[in-house]
Design a protein around this ligand. Sequence first.
Ligand SMILES: Cc1ncc(COP(=O)(O)O)c(C=O)c1O
Length: 434
Amino acid sequence: MTASEELHRRRTAAVSRGVSSMLSSYMSHGNGATVTDVDGQEWIDFGSGIAVTSVGHASPRVIEAVQTQVELFTHTCFMVAPYEGYVAVCEALNELTPGHHEKKSALFNSGAEAVENAVKIARHATGRSAIVVFDHAYHGRTNLTMALTAKNMPYKHRFGPFAGEISRAPMSYPLRDGGLTGAAAAARALDLVEKQVGAENVAAVLIEPIQGEGGFVVPAPGFLPALSAWATAHGALFIADEIQTGFCRTGDWFACEHEAVVPDLVTTAKGIAGGLPLAGVTGRADVMDAIHPSGLGGTYGGNPVACAAAVATIATMRQLHLFAAARHLESVLLPRLEELAAKHAIVGEVRGRGAMLAIELVEPGVTTSAAGGPPPNPAATQALARECHAAGLLVLTCGTYGNVLRLLPPLVIDDETLQRGLDIFADALASVSN
Ligand SMILES: Cc1ncc(COP(=O)(O)O)c(C=O)c1O
């Protein structure tokens, strides 16, 4: 029995079936863009723990900052006895998120918690209750965020009843909406909101600038600016959920910058702290300060060790210009993926930005389906992921139809490792296509 098999036996006996793992190999350590399992096999990591370890595994600054902080103190609770790290992370968030207006931030533990708090803040600040979200959206798995998330299985199935006052609008999804322009897709969504919700009841429009779990859906240009302008015109807040897209992943500090959209509130997590659990809500100072004292918080939110990791992570991103690194990764990955798409008819689309890229797999030769556009091919997607894993490349799937293979390498990956990963990916795709 291998060490992983033995761990898997223990895990099956001890861990709830509801928490599953993509791999049955258990990890021992990581370095840069690779992780090594307990049996000594090295994996090239094209997943970054779902877009988290952007600065790489075992990033030296993060290690040093965490070690130093752990020896000083691990917890006082910021609501009880405050400390500098929390303030420093808020200062960085206020500076780096889009817009030069006065901003303030609050810190939490997870992405879902940040989104929940953004909704609380928006409702409180506007005195309205309706939240507009989109098809294919993913915002988390807590009760409120399940209501905001679109996909039933596995996220919501039999976990209801869900929180109310959430309205879902159609997304701009060029492959599956007949190629509507951003303006036309926004008009379609906002017309529905005006008819079914009423603009004056909307507290916030909440959207991922590029959808993550929903399939790396990149809205048509103009969609996000139109939603943001509508929100401003109607006294609602525009909330960008940048939990997956933020912190250099798409080639800018935040994905909204690509279309010069300045959100009222931004949620962040994942890449912010090099793998430690930390999340934030950042926004207009007047909105963030609308909340009464003690209205926001939690025991662990902005934990000092996580804040030390975030300060080191952000310093690393600045020092290594990781937004530029993400653009470089796009310049290597995108042409190669497009070449593969030209060769293999099961690739329906290549899309994404920076180091957040994906291929959507379809049934070749058919152009229409109930999903709009070509029929999704989840079986080939699963097979492709399995082939990659068997060859030591860690990739993730996503998408409402389970037919999107996404690439999220650490932004510090070197060209040689990147090419090795891409070669494995190309071979796996060829074997699945044939
Ligand atoms: C866009 C987005 N929002 C929210 C979340 C939830 O974050 P967490 O898993 O840290 O609760 C995720 C996680 O994948 C996400 O991608």
